[in-house]
Design a protein around this ligand. Structure first.
Ligand SMILES: Nc1nc2c(ncn2[C@@H]2O[C@H](COP(=O)(O)OP(=O)(O)O)[C@@H](O)[C@H]2O)c(=O)[nH]1
Ligand SMILES: [Mg+2]
Ligand SMILES: [Zn+2]
Length: 317
């Protein structure tokens, strides 16, 4: 065995084997037994983890050390075939399964029309991103279908609270180059409801990929390899795209009602001004949040999303 330790990125996870991308090669690795005891099974290793490996004589590797994560996108455990197949998964876990770690940016794709933008759904995704500390760009596709004024009106409340957004059209190419540049930066997640044009966009962005992306090409199965295992796909020109089927079903699990106000950027700074320290901002008197809504400082639709999430309406519809 060589003493040399290589640092690399976990780009594929497959039944206890992990493919680690290193400057030299992509190396299939197993995990040092000792590491399995120090971390939750659902949480042990994920796509996007940076690891240190030793090389074995047969060309495979052993993961010896996992670097701390900057962030991680999680999903309720035990709902996915892949998770159940994992030997080390305790069946009773209530913890989230880590889908991707160290995400540089999540792109939440919506359509301007067909289907109309589902802003409640967007607000739920933004809550998750705030909780997991994942930078977000809202990606509004099919801008060729509506008036620019309408688009600006939808995005105004989001712009006001500091969210980035891109206006794109897979059809006429608008914004595609800007999105491509953004995707070259590290590890990206690309998600959104079906029909918004994710596959079309990826095809316009990277025709070379040939839609080799299962999570985002659910409708089209022609001419792509079918990935059952989550992976990071290397993008032509740099960067990685997370392709994990579970991303489609991220929910608001593990968020306690009292935490929700912390994940609305425009609400969080006001909470200290509410009369009651345990204010829910739903119906209390002396609520600084409600006052701000009345005065038009907080967007009424964003507040409505807050109320629904606070009330436990966690469905993804
Ligand atoms: N007008 C218009 N239609 C688009 C655009 N992008 C995608 N579409 C259409 O929207 C439908 C759904 O696209 P698809 O890429 O399969 O969406 P996905 O389910 O998110 O992957 C298809 O009929 C596309 O041709 C766009 O920018 N403008
Ligand atoms: Mg698709
Ligand atoms: Zn309040």
């Amino acid at each position: 065995m060589s003493d040399e330790m290589l640092r690399g990125l976990v780009i594929r996870a497959q039944s206890g084997f992990f493919t680690v991308h290193t400057p030299q090669d992509d190396i299939v690795c197993q995990v040092r037994g000792r590491l399995k005891q120090t971390r939750q099974a659902t949480d042990l290793l994920a796509l996007g983890d940076t690891v240190h490996i030793s090389l074995l004589p047969n060309g495979t590797g052993m993961i010896e050390k996992i670097d701390p994560r900057r962030n991680a996108l999680t999903r309720k455990a035990n709902t996915d075939r892949g998770a159940r197949n994992q030997r080390y998964q305790p069946r009773t876990t209530v913890q989230g399964q880590v889908l991707v770690a160290n995400i540089d940016r999540a792109f939440f794709v919506l359509a301007c029309a067909n289907p109309a933008p589902h802003l409640r759904f967007l607000d739920r995704l933004l809550v998750i991103a705030e909780r997991d500390q994942i930078p977000v760009t809202i990606c509004l596709n099919k801008v060729d279908l509506v008036e620019r004024e309408q688009v600006e009106q939808w995005m105004k409340p989001y712009k006001k609270i500091g969210y980035d957004y891109l206006l794109v059209s897979a059809k006429n190419g608008e914004g595609v180059e800007i999105l491509r540049q953004a995707l070259h930066q590290g590890i990206s997640v690309f998600t959104g409801p079906s029909g918004v044009g994710k596959s079309s966009l990826l095809n316009a962005l990277f025709p070379e990929l040939g839609l080799a992306v299962s999570a985002v090409s659910s409708a089209t199965t022609k001419g792509r390899h079918t990935t059952v295992y989550p992976e990071l796909i290397p993008l032509p020109g740099g960067g990685w795209l997370a392709d994990t089927p579970g991303i489609r079903t991220i929910g608001l699990h593990d968020i306690e009602p009292y935490e929700v106000d912390a994940y609305f950027r425009e609400i969080a700074p006001l909470v200290a001004d509410c009369e009651f320290s345990d204010c829910t901002h739903l119906k209390e008197s002396g609520c600084a949040v409600k006052k701000s809504v009345e005065y038009g400082m907080i967007d009424i639709n964003r507040y409505e999303s807050y109320c629904r999430i606070r009330n436990g309406e966690l469905d993804n519809n």
